[in-house]
Design a protein around this ligand. Structure first.
Ligand SMILES: *Cc1c(COP(=O)(O)O)cnc(C)c1O
Length: 351
């Protein structure tokens, strides 16, 4: 519980399971990787802080997923060059479908490669029994943030097996954290209590909402990634807006319409000359609107707002006013205890 953010959790895992100079395999940023996996030349945490030698996991753009056979071939090739990876990190920030942990864990472990899973984005889905179950599928360690689909205070968390506990604790303190920011510890306890009580309902509604929003956007003419696999199994919906003015313009137009999304690199952006400043994609997360009580019906409304703002070209002020009116009906946090007292009772603390 002591990592103060997902970045600190990742760095602590790198510290526990690798030495500087070791080879690490993870997704590149356009394929969904996070800056914490980056090599030194791009200022990524793995390269510039832990001194890891980063190689990228092969990625299948059609399936929007890690390529299982390609990964085995890459490990074999690196091993034959005397650069066998020490660790593989699954997970990412652009994350539509479960990663093939089950398919690769035994193979990787037979090669004495640590299997890590960065669940920063999907931790709440995992807690709620959706998406995938990385530790039981074979991961050695699961790390992540406490503030993405897990709806807690900002912080990090590491989950692993008893056999690794001492080295992980040592890697957190004294290596990466001296004081663990006590103000968010009780908040983390409450979010775990809430996930025990409401997590299944919350996670399953998030995934149903994302799927529905993707379908409604596709039906209105947007190019939605992951179509062959049903668009998404997470909280995310990813649009290719290269035909609609690009990520920067669409993000801005939606913001003027009171709809907050983020522009995002797509796997094929670098090849087509686009950078993170004006990438080809838009990434939408439905976890917050879901926590305000929105369900499939509201996803239809949201798709329509996005359509009006981006494809139909209505003035953003007009859409913004309608969005504000629509939003008025959703002002209470759901999947939560009515009071903090309920949460403390749930987790059995004495008052
Ligand atoms: C956000 C994110 C992190 C870092 O999380 P912070 O808690 O913001 O430091 C790490 N990994 C992935 C995949 C992320 O998306």
């Amino acid at each position: 519980m002591r990592p103060i953010a997902g970045v600190t959790a990742n760095l602590s895992v790198y510290t526990a399971f690798t030495e500087p100079g070791d080879v690490m395999l993870s997704l590149s940023i356009p394929n969904g990787g996070h800056i914490t996996y980056g090599p030194k030349r791009v200022g990524g945490t793995a390269g510039s802080v832990r001194g890891l030698d980063v190689e990228y996991l092969p990625f299948d753009v059609n399936a929007m997923n890690v390529d299982v056979d390609g990964t085995k071939r890459k490990v074999e090739r690196l091993a034959s060059e005397g650069r066998k990876p020490r660790m593989v990190v699954f997970g990412g920030s652009l994350f539509l479908f479960p990663h093939p942990v089950r398919e690769l864990a035994d193979y990787l472990k037979s090669m004495e490669i640590t299997v890590a899973y960065d669940g920063a984005h999907v931790m709440g889905l995992i807690a709620g029994g959706e998406f995938q179950d990385p530790l039981r599928e074979g991961a050695d360690v699961l790390m992540g943030s406490t503030h993405k689909t897990l709806p807690g205070p900002q912080g990090g968390v590491i989950l692993s097996w008893e056999r690794y506990s001492d080295r992980i604790k040592r890697a957190v303190f004294p290596s990466n954290v001296s004081n663990h920011h006590l103000h968010h510890v009780a908040g983390k306890a409450i979010v775990f209590a809430e996930m025990l009580a409401f997590g299944r309902d919350y996670a399953s509604q998030i995934v149903r909402n994302a799927r529905r929003l993707a379908e409604e956007l596709a039906a209105r003419g947007f190019k939605v990634l992951g179509e062959p696999m049903g668009y998404t199994r997470s909280h995310q919906v990813v649009l290719d807006v290269t035909r609609n003015g690009g990520g920067l313009a669409v993000e801005k137009r939606l913001e003027e319409s009171n709809i907050i999304v983020n522009r995002n690199l797509l796997p094929y952006d670098p090849k087509e000359g686009r950078s993170y400043r004006d990438p080809g994609g838009i990434r939408i997360g439905v976890q917050e609107v879901t926590r305000l009580g929105m369900a499939e019906g509201e996803m239809v409304d949201i798709a329509e707002f996005i359509y009006r703002a981006v494809l139909k070209g209505e003035p953003p002020e007009r859409v913004a006013a309608d969005v504000a009116e629509f939003r008025k009906g959703f002002n209470r946090v759901k999947y939560a205890f009515d009071s903090t007292i309920d949460a403390y009772e749930y987790i059995g603390l004495r008052r």
